[in-house]
Write a protein that binds this ligand. Structure first.
Ligand SMILES: [Zn+2]
Length: 104
């Protein structure tokens, strides 16, 4: 998850500071920096800003699909062999199975 420092970190959508009593959504770094939504991955945003964002659905879709996650990557394979598949990885795998048409 993105590191959010309240009263300092800014909402990646409206650019206003995130305050302690705001409803905040924090995203992990799931996109490359040069992706069109790269600056929103690994960021925090107001829940209300996200709800009104025109790219909300596409972004949420990308977050579920994690297009840059490679199940054949040696680090991933080793992790699964050693520790089993974590729930978040199972969720990605399940999402991909039900959305085979997705093109990152
Ligand atoms: Zn905002």
């Amino acid at each position: 998850m993105a590191l959010i420092i309240l009263e300092s970190t800014k909402c990646s959508l409206c650019n206003k500071k995130l305050k302690a009593d705001d409803e905040i959504i924090s995203w992990s770094a799931f996109l490359m920096p040069d992706h069109k939504f790269g600056k929103f991955s690994n960021s925090g945003m107001h829940k209300s800003c996200f709800e009104n964002w025109k790219h909300k659905d596409e972004f949420q879709y990308l977050n579920s699909y994690k297009p840059y996650l490679d199940f054949n990557d040696s680090h991933i394979k080793t992790m699964i062999e050693k520790h089993g598949m974590p729930d978040w990885l199972k969720e990605v795998q399940a999402f991909r199975k039900t959305h085979p048409e997705f093109k990152p």
